[in-house]
Every structure is written in structure tokens, then in C-alpha cells.
Design a protein around this ligand. Structure first.
Ligand code: TRP
Length: 454
């Protein structure tokens, strides 16, 4: 249901910061460094950059144009642009994916609050690496503590979303994104100046192409889509709040650049520090929650104040980044319930928060007391991650490409990208080529690869 007096983002900078807020998240600061670490460093980053430009940008522009053209939630958008066709299932798939990702993402986001608190009360002081590992295992398996943090995180997200597009989403992004950027810069600066940081810099900046395998390339593509929030209509929903004169291509470029910059800076925080204290870069997902507190302890062992400030700042940063992302996923589902079922925004948001809490509790418990319950060998938490990130997102992304590249009228696409002809779009042919052929095939490859791992 399109609505003519629908909310809009107020300013150009608000548009960019809200969209970048969605993109920048745990994917950049937690997932990107460990993926880079496991895939050999600089060469992975180079391939990742290619993926952002050749695949991420065209898909992002496509999501933007679907959202802005229809001015509706993701599910409504397809019914407006392709009434009476099965394309509406792409929208439903997106809403469902958003709901599922939000449920388990909030669990990890909740952990960041525990670490903010631990860092705040100086709980990391004097611990050994074994202590950190044991403490994290104990915490994540605990049947209560993570649930309390999950509830806190969902409630914070809830209240921002209820406040609405301008006062909630745009305003919070305008406050949080600059803060996040400053924190990342300061932390990267500290990390680079540690003794022995050079080895970490080499790892990040000197590519070794002998390590590039098909797995590395496909890993980089998957990370690009995940990190840019593509494939489920998240940026499509945000674009429905863009104004008529928002330059879609330029916005996509800015969001992609900010997201990539933050990811690379996160790498600059983590690897020099890790190498400086002799921690392997391929430690995997635990890198941030187990090894990093340890890195802070060792790096500044004769300056405990710095170690305190460094770790507190880092986890605050992680929580902020996660928050701007959970807000965007929450908004996808809230906007859908609000517009399609005519619920008030408050009620719609309450359903989403409540539903995600129930699913989130299940995911969280599946790491501890319910770990005996598995589907195909995966705990519920891993299953949610696998099904959404590795099946639903690539599939959704491919369908978005096919929809814009093959279904939508070329004139409509041109008029959206060029703002009714008022902008010169030199790259239009290249964009169409990428969206029709390159992007769908590449995404299909990711998809097939993940299915091969079943
Ligand atoms: N991009 C975010 C991150 O890097 C996560 C995210 C938010 C996301 N919205 C999404 C991922 C939509 C996929 C689809 O953490």
C-alpha cells in the first residue's frame, strides 16, 4: 500500500548515515576481520573490493530504486511494481529473512552489552587467555544472562523504531555514525602504534595471490552482500523514505565507501594488535570476544588505564554498530506490518520485538541448555545463521537482480536512476549489464557453493 504522506528522511546526510548505519554492523567489525584472517589477508580484501564495486553497487542501486519508486515496505513494493505476479514472494521472503536474521543477530548484539559492562567494571583486568575463553564459554551457555542482554538490546532497538523514521532512525544514525567513525579511527591509531604492529599491517596490505582459491573468492562475495545489508529488502525499505531528488547511485557509492572503510579500519584495529601480542589471525569468530580482551590486556600491560579505555571503547563501538543494523532489520518488518495490516507503528513494532525475543531466546538457549536439540547437526542458532545468510540472502539478492534487470520496464529503471532524466547517468549500460548477467550468475555461484557444503 503506497501512501502519499509517508515519512521521509529529512536531509541528504541523514539518508546516507541511516543507510550506512544499516550496512555497518557486526558484519564489519566482527565478521570481516575473521573472514579476512581465515582467508589469508590482503588478497581477500582486494577481491572483496572488486565484489563491492561490481556486484554490491548494482544490487544496492536496484534495491534503492525498487523502494523509492514504490514508496512502500518491501512486500508492498513488489505488489505495486508487479501487481498480480508471483514477484510478491520476493518481498515476503525479504520480510521473513529480516525477522529471522534480527532474532539471532540480536543475541550476538546482546553479548556486546555484556562486554561493555565487563569492560566498564574493569572485569578484564588480570585475566589470562584461558580465563577469557572459559568466561566466554560460561557466559554464552548461561540460561539467563544472555537473555537479559537480548531483551535490553531488542528494547533499545524497539524504542528507536517506534519513534519513527525522522526522530528515531535518522536522528539516532546522525548521532551514532560520527561517534562510531571517531572511535574506529582512534582505536586503529592506537593499534597501529603498538610495538610489532608491522606484521599485522603487512598481513592486511601485502597481497599474496598464491593463497587465492575459489573458496576465497566466494567467501569475499558472500561477505560483500552480508556487509552491505543486501538481499532482503533492507535498503529497499530505507529507500522508500528517500526523497525524489536523492541521487541513488551517489548514495549507493557513499554507503559502499563508508562500509568498506569501516571494515578495513576494523581490520587495522584487530590485526596489528593481534600480531603485536602473538595471536594468530585465523582464530575465527571468537577473535573479538575471546582474544581481543586478552589483546588489550597484553598490549598495555604496564598501562592498565589505557587497556581499560581501549577495551571499553571497543565494545561500545561494537554495540553501536550492531544497533544501527538491528534498527534497519526491525524497520523492514515493522513497516510491513504497519502498512499491510494497518496496525499502528507502535503495535507493529511490539509484534516484531516480541516475536524476535521468543525466537532469540530459542537461539540463545540452543548454545547452552538446549544444545542437544539440533537440525541436520546444527544448533538452532547456527541453523538460523546458515539458512538466512547462506541461502535466503543470496537467493533474495539474485531475485532482486532478475526483477530489475529482466522484469521492470527499462524506461522506468532509467527514470528512477536518473531522477526523471535530471541526472546524467553515464554508467547506465554497464549497470544494466551487471544487473542482468554478472550479478545473478555470481550470486548463483555463491548459492551453489553453499548448497555444496550441505
Ligand atoms: N550489514 C549488517 C552488518 O554488517 C547486517 C545487516 C543489517 C544485514 N541489515 C541486513 C545483513 C540485511 C543482510 C541483510 O552487520
Amino acid at each position: 500500500m503506497a501512501n502519499s504522506n509517508r515519512a521521509n528522511f529529512e536531509s541528504r546526510i541523514g539518508v546516507i548515515l541511516a543507510s550506512a548505519g544499516s550496512a555497518v554492523g557486526l558484519g564489519n567489525i566482527w565478521r570481516f576481520p575473521y573472514e579476512t584472517g581465515q582467508h589469508g589477508g590482503a588478497a581477500f580484501i582486494l577481491i572483496y573490493l572488486f565484489c563491492i564495486i561490481l556486484l554490491g553497487m548494482p544490487v544496492m542501486i536496484s534495491e534503492f530504486l525498487i523502494g523509492r519508486r514504490s514508496r512502500a515496505n518491501t512486500a508492498g513494493a513488489y505488489q505495486i511494481l508487479a501487481p498480480g505476479t508471483p514477484w510478491r514472494w520476493v518481498g515476503f521472503l525479504g520480510v521473513l529473512t529480516g525477522f529471522l536474521i534480527l532474532s539471532y543477530y540480536s543475541v550476538v548484539a546482546g553479548w556486546t552489552l555484556e562486554f561493555v559492562m565487563e569492560a566498564g567494571v574493569n572485569g578484564f583486568a588480570g585475566k589470562t587467555p584461558a580465563d577469557f575463553a572459559a568466561a566466554f564459554a560460561e557466559f554464552s551457555k548461561d540460561p539467563f544472562r544472555p537473555l537479559i542482554w537480548l531483551a535490553c538490546f531488542l528494547l533499545i532497538t524497539h524504542f528507536v523504531v517506534v519513534r519513527g523514521v525522522k526522530k528515531g532512525i535518522e536522528k539516532s544514525a546522525k548521532m551514532m555514525m560520527p561517534m562510531l567513525f571517531i572511535l574506529v579511527l582512534v582505536l586503529a591509531g592506537c593499534s597501529i602504534s603498538l610495538p610489532g604492529a608491522q606484521a599485522g599491517l603487512n598481513f592486511l596490505l601485502k597481497p599474496d595471490f598464491s593463497k587465492v582459491t575459489a573458496d576465497v573468492i566466494l567467501g569475499a562475495m558472500g561477505q560483500a552482500f552480508y556487509s552491505l545489508s543486501l538481499g532482503m529488502g533492507c535498503l529497499c525499505t530505507y529507500a522508500s523514505y528517500f526523497s525524489k531528488d536523492t541521487n541513488l547511485a551517489r548514495t549507493a557509492f557513499n554507503v559502499g565507501a563508508i562500509d568498506t572503510l569501516i571494515a578495513v579500519l576494523a581490520g587495522l584495529i584487530i590485526f596489528p594488535a593481534a600480531f603485536s601480542v602473538g595471536i594468530q589471525p585465523d582464530t575465527g569468530p571468537a577473535l573479538i570476544f575471546i582474544t581481543l580482551p586478552n589483546v588489550f590486556q597484553q598490549a598495555f600491560h604496564n598501562l592498565p588505564v589505557l587497556s581499560y579505555i581501549f577495551s571499553l571503547m571497543f565494545y561500545v563501538l561494537l554495540a553501536l554498530a550492531a544497533l544501527t543494523s538491528t534498527i534497519s532489520m526491525h524497520e523492514v518488518v515493522t513497516a510491513y506490518l504497519h502498512e499491510e495490516f494497518r496496525l499502528t507503528r507502535k503495535k507493529a513494532a511490539a509484534f516484531v520485538t516480541g516475536g524476535c525475543f521468543v525466537l532469540g531466546v530459542c537461539c540463545s538457549l540452543s548454545l547452552g541448555v538446549w544444545s542437544g536439540f539440533t537440525v541436520g547437526g546444527l544448533t538452532l542458532f547456527d541453523l538460523f545463521d546458515f539458512v538466512t545468510a547462506k541461502i535466503m540472502l543470496p537467493f533474495g539478492g539474485m531475485l532482486i537482480c532478475l526483477f530489475v534487470g529482466w522484469y521492470l520496464d527499462r524506461k522506468l529503471v532509467y527514470s528512477e536512476v536518473s531522477n526523471d532524466g535530471s541526472l546524467k547517468v553515464k554508467f547506465f549500460k554497464a549497470y544494466i549489464f551487471l544487473i542482468r548477467y554478472i550479478a545473478p550468475v555470481a550470486i548463483a555461484l555463491i548459492f551453489l557453493k553453499e548448497m555444496g557444503n550441505l
